[in-house]
Design a protein around this ligand. Sequence first.
Ligand SMILES: [Cu+2]
Length: 158
Amino acid sequence: MKLKARAVAIVVAAMLTGAGFGAAHGHGDDHDTAYGKPGDPKKPAKVVQIVMRDADGKMLFNPDKVRVKKGEQIRFMLRNNGVQDHEFVVGILEENLKHMKEMEKNPDMEHDEPNAKRLKPNATGEIIWQFTKSGTFDFSCLIPGHRQAGMFGTIVVE
Ligand SMILES: [Cu+2]
């Protein structure tokens, strides 16, 4: 029995290695992206609190600038202090802008993906993300009109 368990462990390890190898060649399905990958909730993470607000036609994230060390895992603790639904979507700027245009056609699109969270007023939520690549990335609320009203921020990974 012991031997069998060990054999299974080796197979699993081989599969994990295989997945990483696949990702490196651009066809992995483990959510590796140009801006990092979903974090592991069991591992330590730096907490970054982000508040969403809306008032007088303006919408914003506070803070709207976040600095991260390459390889660091971040636990974004999100709170919606506005009176409307808002969402937090981390990504590369071009993708977020493209996604924003798609949402203009489908405003009811809801996100619950490793890099995105939609919150009702007074709701809280969190996203754990590991930034594995250096660069400047975007976070936005992609609900139609919100980014244009000021709801975006920048993440600098170095
Ligand atoms: Cu919003």
